[in-house]
Design a protein around this ligand. Structure first.
Ligand code: SF4
Length: 338
């Protein structure tokens, strides 16, 4: 396990909360979690090299960088506690559920319980399932299933919702949970339950694209179990094929995997302004449009491509050995977070 650094000088009372980790890690190198299987292939391959290298000392983790993850864990634990509370029936009644129905809801009932009482309405929470594929075991713990529909609790910024940055990832993650639990997840749609950490009521009033409420349900269609099975097998084969490949020949993380915004193409009529880092004459979404304006101005000026900042490396398990990360820093595209 990596040690923690505390450059930001977070007080010990809070630092202990941020460094506390109850995740049920599995040391078996052939056991892969759902969350690691959906990471970029470069990260998967390189992080496994760190795992198998016994003498390797990973970089310490800056404790302040754990805020989002600790907040996410706190939300999950709190929701789970509320559903497991002896007060659950009363809470459901207060929310309008008929008492007779509320009493039938059982959390994580066993198959025997379901058989003995067919009236049980099952709610499954935080259950780990695993499945063997060749020498590998894929394992994952879903958040919540009710009436055959998977729900995933995400405490995140409104940016993720507005820009749909993680939709594909959410879809794949949910599909993998269904692939692991086809008996429990029977709905073709899952629901992301967003809990926004930066929601502003004033913005909701002025911008219809902004989430209109602080907590919001967002449905996502899942891949079929068969398609997901093909994905798993292809991913594992890709991992095996690249296991000894030198870093320079590994696929680079894509802009999407690096959480980069789209590049901006800046046209400067006066090249001296560009050299000084001044304001562009006009910004474009495509290089073609920027070059067209330059051509219209008789070829005078320069076009500069400004790439969106990469952020994912700051949360990547392979960052201490990844050469692409070094390149991104050199190019000024990756900003190291402290
Ligand atoms: S450090 Fe960055 S570039 Fe390297 S594998 Fe991780 S996310 Fe990809």
């Amino acid at each position: 396990m990596a040690k923690y650094s505390n450059i930001a000088n977070v007080s010990l009372s809070v630092a202990v909360w941020l460094a506390h980790d109850e995740y049920d890690y599995n040391d078996d190198p052939n056991t892969l979690s759902v969350t690691s299987l959906i990471k970029p292939i470069r990260e998967i391959v390189l992080s496994r090299r760190i795992q198998v290298d016994d003498g390797f000392e990973p970089d310490p983790i800056e404790v302040i960088g754990q805020v989002a993850s600790s907040m996410g864990t706190a939300f999950h634990e709190s929701i789970e506690r509320s559903w497991r509370s002896p007060k659950l029936v009363e809470t459901l009644v207060l929310l309008g559920t008929p008492r007779s129905v509320a009493k039938r809801i059982k959390i994580n009932p066993t198959a025997e319980m379901m058989e003995a009482d067919p009236k049980i309405i099952p709610v499954y929470m935080e259950q780990r399932a695993s499945r063997k594929v060749g020498k590998y075991t894929i394992s994952g713990k879903f958040d919540f299933i009710k009436a055959g529909r998977l729900e995933d609790f995400k405490s995140t910024s409104t940016f993720t919702y507005v820009n749909k940055t993680n939709d594909k990832k959410f879809q794949l993650q949910g599909s993998l949970y269904r692939w692991l639990n086809p008996d429990k997840i029977t709905d073709d749609y899952m629901a992301i339950q967003f809990i926004f950490t930066d929601w502003q009521a004033a913005r909701a009033k002025s911008d219809p694209k902004y989430p209109q409420t602080r907590v919001l349900e967002y449905p996502i269609e899942l891949h079929s179990v068969m398609k997901t099975d093909r994905y798993v097998k292809a991913r594992l084969k890709q991992m095996d094929d690249l296991v000894d490949t030198e870093q320079q020949y590994l696929p680079d993380c894509t802009p999407e995997e690096l959480w980069q915004k789209d590049p901006v193409f800046k046209y400067y009529k006066n090249p001296a302004t560009a050299a000084k880092g001044g304001r562009a004459t006009k910004n474009f979404m495509t290089l073609l449009e920027a070059n067209q304006l330059k051509a219209k101005n008789g070829g005078v000026g320069v076009v500069k491509t400004v790439f969106g900042e990469a952020k994912a490396c700051n949360y990547c398990k392979a960052c201490s050995i990844c050469e692409q990360r070094d390149r991104l820093i050199e190019e000024g595209i990756l900003c190291i977070m402290v």
